[in-house]
Design a protein around this ligand. Structure first.
Ligand SMILES: NC(=O)c1ccc[n+]([C@@H]2O[C@H](COP(=O)([O-])OP(=O)(O)OC[C@H]3O[C@@H](n4cnc5c(N)ncnc54)[C@H](OP(=O)(O)O)[C@@H]3O)[C@@H](O)[C@H]2O)c1
Length: 228
């Protein structure tokens, strides 16, 4: 049984990742920035016979990350997997030259600085695992060769998250550290026209968390390596 932290676990892909991992018998620490929403998700899981722990965590706040790390450190000996899932997509199809700087800042805090700070905070607990893994939920919209203009804050943030993933994987060579694009998924972020259900969006992140054949330092979609 692995102990697994999932950020942004109260809805969308994060919630489905938490559900699938818990269904497979792992100890999931579901986190959400809104306590009420997190507790509702926990209750919903309990009604399905799934027991998950809940901790409040706003990944855009270093203070919240510090509190979370203290709380986790006092309760758990080790963490096996960190899944940086929480994300923002708020700048719409603006042009890069007309980027909204507030949106950029908020997006970078949530999609990049949050995962970096949280990873830094949890490293000591992850190092205690015999098979430590970090999974960054990224997007093909941040893949360098696919960048097509528009959505500047989101694209820039996911490219940066990918860079963080590669850099870290070169340093912590006993870890499995990967980025993953879930595809276009029907969530509040992906919208109702998206091609994939949440179950499919969660499939590769869950595989990256658990499968023995997983390598490190790669960008994945549908269990296949894709270009950065
Ligand atoms: N859906 C897609 O098509 C798609 C495609 C490629 C990549 N992705 C990536 O997949 C991940 C999950 O996306 P999704 O589609 O599930 O999005 P979603 O339905 O919009 O859910 C986003 C989750 O992130 C949480 N969140 C946002 N800011 C946060 C913060 N500061 N602290 C903690 N949690 C925060 C939200 O919490 P609240 O409920 O409190 O807002 C929510 O739980 C994201 O990283 C996204 O970029 C999604």
């Amino acid at each position: 049984m692995k102990t697994i932290v999932v950020t942004g676990g109260n809805r969308g892909i994060g919630k489905e990742i938490a559900k699938q991992l818990s269904s497979k018998g792992h100890q999931v620490i579901l986190t959400a920035r809104d306590k009420q929403k997190g507790l509702e998700a926990q209750k919903e899981f309990a009604e399905q016979g799934l027991e998950v722990s809940f901790e409040q965590l706003d990944v855009s706040s270093y203070d919240s990350i510090d509190k979370f790390v203290s709380s986790i450190s006092s309760q758990y000996e080790k963490i096996d997997v960190l899944i940086n899932n929480a994300g923002l997509f708020i700048d719409g199809n603006k042009n890069t030259y007309n980027i909204d700087l507030d949106s950029l800042e908020q997006t970078m805090r949530t999609n990049v600085y949050g995962p970096i700070a949280l990873t830094k905070g949890l490293i000591r607990l992850l190092e205690k695992s015999s098979d430590p893994r970090i999974i960054n939920i990224s997007s093909g919209m941040g893949a360098i060769d696919d960048i097509a203009g528009g959505y500047p804050s989101y694209r820039i943030s996911k490219t940066a998250l990918n860079s963080f993933t590669i850099n870290l994987s070169k340093e912590l060579t006993n870890f499995k550290i990967n980025a993953v694009c879930p595809g276009w998924v029907r969530t509040d972020m992906g919208g109702s026209s998206a091609s994939r259900p949440v179950e499919k969006g969660a499939e590769t992140p869950v595989w990256l968390a658990l499968d023995n054949s997983v390598t490190t330092g790669k960008f994945w979609r549908d269990k296949q390596v894709i270009p950065w």
